[in-house]
Design a protein around this ligand. Structure first.
Ligand SMILES: *Cc1c(COP(=O)(O)O)cnc(C)c1O
Length: 400
């Protein structure tokens, strides 16, 4: 298993995990209230409150809770009108859930390369694809290579840093594409003073254990569109049209978030600002301590970005650093420090081999060179210092 959060991963014994939850506010009190009152399942006041507060945080009118972030993406795609055999543009550099959700909607992911500066979807390549590889046919945008309709774009704000949304939104308008933000790694981030999650037609959050706030597992669809919100609620609750006679006019899903987990979410949300401040302070510390280290390229926020630095990640230039990313990964592991490469880019994924193949050289490069470093909200100064010392001792320095 290569996920970043493994329950039961050794917490003591000097092990520094990549990213683990921070629990210790009102979680116990709110969950206990659910247990005491019997409101543990898929309806309850905490679900309503969690939805209300997530909408407020995202700056949208509506929010619909889901059982996880992948389910949120699936529902958002359906609600946005993505149809079977459509193509949906996603960055190749993302966690596989984005691509899987497109397949659940029986559409095809179309993989866009990353830009080399901030590693988000490359807007120039997106524009070039839309302008030179697509045609309008009968009022619909078609990929000339496959003949399929292109209906949506899913920008993924990876690692807590926003995608450059203004030019992306302008292209979406020009080419009549829906925009669904995959904001699962970036709750609370900002783009030119606006909130991530409020920029597209819909957006999705995740509350998995390794995300900024967690419900153990959970997700959220947010939107300003009344009809989209209604449809999202309908589809996530088995598309029930008559709750007494159990009449359903569509095949829906049981994607509801239990009240028990929403209770935990409400408690976590109370501390989101503190968690983000902590992530930013970890990033500042890493950057100050590593900025003079030859061969390590540190992440910088784009001019448009108010990043939350979900996972602080560095690019290792092996020729200068003296050690490549995988050798460094191994050495950190030996020192009981958990780091992680970026995901295998989706255009290389055997699971998505049937999707159209495109060349994505920047993502290929980042996949081999970038490592994410321990970024838990609760990372102690002493443990962060151990990570820094290990990185500074590395490569060329070690060879001297
Ligand atoms: C975590 C994540 C998801 C899915 O969230 P789950 O709650 O784990 O289903 C989707 N996309 C990206 C980019 C993610 O990091």
């Amino acid at each position: 298993m290569s996920t970043s959060f493994e329950p039961g991963a050794p917490a003591g014994a000097g092990f520094v995990p990549l990213c683990v939850p921070e629990v210790g506010g009102n979680e116990w009190r709110y969950v206990k209230e659910c247990l005491d009152t019997g409101w543990v399942s898929s309806v309850g006041s905490y679900v309503d409150r969690f939805e209300r507060e997530c909408a407020a945080r995202a700056g949208t009118r509506h929010a619909v809770a889901t059982v996880n972030g992948t389910a949120a993406l699936h529902i958002a795609l359906l609600v946005a009108g993505v149809r079977p055999d459509d193509e949906v543009i996603i960055p190749t550099l993302t966690f596989i859930a984005t691509a899987n959700a497109v397949r659940y909607a029986r559409a095809w992911p179309l993989f866009m390369d990353a830009e080399p500066e901030h590693w988000q979807m490359d807007i120039a390549k997106l524009r070039s694809f839309l302008e030179t590889e697509c045609d309008w046919r009968d009022g619909e945008l078609r990929n000339r290579g496959t003949g399929r309709r292109v209906s949506a774009i899913v920008p993924v704000h990876i690692l807590g840093h926003p995608t450059d949304m203004d030019p992306l939104l302008a292209l979406a308008r020009q080419f009549s594409l829906r925009v669904i933000e995959d904001a699962t790694e970036s709750i609370g981030a900002g783009y030119r003073g606006r909130k991530i999650g409020s920029l597209g037609d819909l957006a999705c959050f995740s509350f998995n254990g390794n995300k900024v706030i967690t419900t153990g597992g959970g997700g959220m669809v947010v939107t300003d569109n009344d009809a989209f919100a209604r449809q999202a609620k309908y589809l996530t609750t088995q598309a029930k049209d008559d709750p007494l006679e159990y009449v359903h006019h569509a095949v829906g899903y049981n994607y509801r978030l239990p009240n028990l987990l929403a209770a935990m979410g409400c408690a976590q949300l109370e501390r989101l600002d503190d968690f983000i401040a902590r992530k930013r302070s970890l990033a500042t510390t890493y950057t100050a301590a590593l900025c003079d280290m030859p061969g390590l390229h540190l992440p910088r926020a784009a001019s448009w970005a108010d990043s939350i630095w979900w996972l602080y990640s560095v690019e290792v230039d092996a020729a200068i650093y003296g050690e490549d990313s995988r050798a460094l990964l191994k050495r950190l592991g030996t020192a009981q420090i958990q780091a992680r490469p970026l995901w295998q880019p989706m255009h290389q994924s055997p699971a998505h081999a049937a999707a159209p193949r495109r060349s994505c050289p920047v993502a290929d490069h980042l996949h081999t060179t970038v490592l994410s470093l321990p970024s838990s909200v609760g990372l102690s100064a002493a443990d962060q210092d151990r990570v820094i010392v290990a990185l500074r001792r590395g490569g060329a320095a070690a060879a001297k």
